[in-house]
Design a protein around this ligand. Sequence first.
Ligand SMILES: NC(=O)c1ccc[n+]([C@@H]2O[C@H](COP(=O)([O-])OP(=O)(O)OC[C@H]3O[C@@H](n4cnc5c(N)ncnc54)[C@H](O)[C@@H]3O)[C@@H](O)[C@H]2O)c1
Length: 265
Amino acid sequence: MASLTRFPGVALITGAGGTGIGAAVAKAFATSGCSRFAITDINETTLAKTRQAISEINPQAKICSAEGDISDPGFVESFLQKAAQTFQRVDYSVHCAGILGTAQRSHETAVKDFDRINNINYKGTWLVSRAAISQMIQQDPLAEHPKQRGAIVNIASQLGIVARPGAAPYCASKAAIINMTKSDAIDYSCDDIRVNCVCPGVIATPMTTGSREVEERLRPAVEIAPMKRMGTPEEVADAVLFLCSSQASFVQGHALVVDGGYTIN
Ligand SMILES: NC(=O)c1ccc[n+]([C@@H]2O[C@H](COP(=O)([O-])OP(=O)(O)OC[C@H]3O[C@@H](n4cnc5c(N)ncnc54)[C@H](O)[C@@H]3O)[C@@H](O)[C@H]2O)c1
């Protein structure tokens, strides 16, 4: 993985457990010199593994971690409070927690399934983004990022741009994230906070490879993409780190597609 720049600030990452995109983002930050982390996931065991991985990459790293449900406003508030108490700031806030849900058309989808997807993917991303912005707005820019009080990166999806059969709630939750990103980018430009999102294509993570049924469901999407392969979590992490870095200092409200060409085909 390319080491784009050093990250002197505090990186907050949701969905950081496991071997998916959030964990890859955490490790990429550590590899790129970041030494202060606030990480969270609903899965305590996998979150502990990411904590360990960060420490192995950077033994000096200070890590504040908490497990909890990202769709719970009380948990999000307490997590951000813990991060602020530990570090007094949040510089890069990357929102990876999400679920895929089952494949059903709208008339077959139960309200509780619709709510679950939207509560985790859309509302959970909004809750953390809102809390991170509330912290960023109060802090001074770091000397290394003079034009940046903070950088938010939301993880959307190629399915926020184009649709797929049997995935209306998921597609809608990701489209919501893209437009929320643009709205927040407009609202917080005057505060020197940049808000962008990444739209991954099919990436090899537990979400896509964890069950045979899901792998089969996603196979056509892999074949439609001109590059005809799944992406890696590290390839998404590279895009995330670029958007958080000073190298993206004039990139605002952008939806960066990392999909092997799926959406152009
Ligand atoms: N893998 C892909 O092909 C792909 C494509 C486009 C977008 N995405 C998006 O990327 C993000 C990361 O997905 P991934 O592929 O790494 O999946 P993943 O399942 O590996 O990681 C998702 C993480 O979110 C956590 N999580 C789930 N529900 C949670 C909740 N209620 N509260 C807190 N944490 C919760 C999980 O424990 C897991 O660690 C998701 O938002 C997903 O929608 C993934």
